[in-house]
Design a protein around this ligand. Sequence first.
Ligand SMILES: NC(=O)c1ccc[n+]([C@@H]2O[C@H](COP(=O)([O-])OP(=O)(O)OC[C@H]3O[C@@H](n4cnc5c(N)ncnc54)[C@H](O)[C@@H]3O)[C@@H](O)[C@H]2O)c1
Ligand SMILES: [Zn+2]
Ligand SMILES: [Zn+2]
Length: 339
Amino acid sequence: MKVGVVETPGVLKLTEREIPKIKNADDVLVKIKRVGICGSDIHILHGKNPFAVYPRVWGHEFVGEVVETGAGVKSVKKGDRIVVEPIMYCGDCYACRQGRGNVCLNLKVFGVHVDGGCAEYVVVPEANAHILPDGLSWDEAALIEPFTIGAQACYRGNVQKGDYVLVMGAGAIGLTVASLAKLYGAIVIVSDLVDDKLAYAKSRGADYVINSGKENLVDRLNEITGGTGPNVTIDAVCIKKTFEDAVLITSTAGRVVELSFSEIPSDIAPVNIIKKEITICGSRLQTKRFPVVIDFIKKGQLPLSGFVSKVYPITQMAEAFEYTEKNNATVRKVLISFD
Ligand SMILES: NC(=O)c1ccc[n+]([C@@H]2O[C@H](COP(=O)([O-])OP(=O)(O)OC[C@H]3O[C@@H](n4cnc5c(N)ncnc54)[C@H](O)[C@@H]3O)[C@@H](O)[C@H]2O)c1
Ligand SMILES: [Zn+2]
Ligand SMILES: [Zn+2]
């Protein structure tokens, strides 16, 4: 079967491997249909993901059809269309006991710590398989995982109905955050430097958009929020300055949610945290968000149209990466198809 491998940082190859076999009673063999290219896959390609081990079959956003199940599998059967939850955790460590397997001490993520979804067939544990809503296309289904990241960020920021929520960045991740914040009843403000990205965010239901390259972010936020600042600020730009700004502009008793994997420190004075008693938290991957996102999709509440920018056949994997990297100003999600 064909697999897409990052051999070492900078070297992406399409290669042949044996089809994997079911080993454990709870294993499920999946024939992959789509895998999405994420910013973090590009980081892995360039050796910028501190958790990745090489060589690595990339891909953590993948969907497909169940073709075989282990003897003990009960929740899915041959022919089911599924999305794979890409994290595996021990269940015993402190984080797991707190219900936060996404930060398990022994965390394994498909496509990062173990081989991922850019393969014609992948074996996954039954617990990682979520059945797709009827009628959802494979392209749409591949968006479920990115939307779980948005759901997690809102959960971590305790987004409440009526909260002013600022989402910094209208890239793929910022858009998923904005969509989920809207579904939780927030008044959603999105900032970015690219007008087209902001226009798309608006078309998906953002209440306000701010081009922070052209307008003064603080002035506009004061106008919109009546001077309080956003109650929740979620950083999906992920640079030093956005983290610093987030702490400064968030309202009293507000929350700042950081999504960045950056190792570059930000300059944040403690007084700016304590005087408003701001809660700053990280949001990493997701925990228990797949059913939440799938439920919103089932109810027809989560718009998915227009989100996929382009779909490449697996034979053009290298072109797909190149296109994604060269068109950051316009690309939302690029998918690889195994059809
Ligand atoms: N914590 C997690 O679980 C998690 C998961 C996935 C991705 N991420 C991280 O989220 C980040 C965003 O991912 P993405 O795929 O959306 O990236 P992206 O590059 O598509 O989006 C970033 C957006 O920020 C905008 N931008 C750049 N500088 C800006 C500025 N100064 N002010 C306002 N907007 C600005 C860009 O125009 C772009 O639209 C990445 O750093 C990624 O590593 C985190
Ligand atoms: Zn991703
Ligand atoms: Zn654990």
